[in-house]
Ligand binder design. Structure first.
Ligand SMILES: [Ca+2]
Length: 138
């Protein structure tokens, strides 16, 4: 028995200033995707890794009045918008711990996420009791 019970992210800060699409390509090639933020814990971790400067994350939309979606298809609804944001722009970057939509050109540095899944392994022992062991894998 092997159950996935949670998912979390690790982040990698890439200090090269590029446009959003280039950042997305780089993250998909080298890691999982541009950074996805699932919850406050993820957000704290991201800020710890990427700092308080401008950083692309994986949130974007294709029209100025459209809904934002995550590059990795995450269904996360976590938000940390600066007040007055978003305001009809397409790509999202963090600055000072708050989210801003902006044009996708930048250029600014970016953060990639590495998805780690935790699995619970349930296995029976010789006397039919069960042991639970949590492991992590990339
Ligand atoms: Ca904006």
């Amino acid at each position: 028995m092997n159950m996935t019970f949670s998912q979390r992210h690790e982040f990698v800060y890439v200090p090269s200033s590029v446009n959003w699409t280039t950042a997305q390509k780089y993250c998909r090639q080298h890691y999982s995707d541009l950074a996805t933020v699932d919850d406050q814990a993820d957000h704290n971790e991201l800020l710890k890794t990427a700092g308080m400067g401008n950083v692309w994350i994986g949130l974007y939309r294709t029209t100025g009045d459209g809904a934002f979606v995550w590059s990795d298809q995450s269904s996360s609804s976590f938000k940390a918008w600066e007040s007055g944001q978003p305001n009809n722009q397409l790509c999202v970057n963090i600055y000072g711990g708050k989210w801003y939509d902006r044009d996708c050109v930048g250029p600014v540095p970016f953060a990639c996420s590495i998805v780690k899944s935790s699995h619970l392994h349930l296995y029976s022992t010789f006397n039919n009791t069960y042991c639970i062991k949590a492991t992590e894998q990339h």
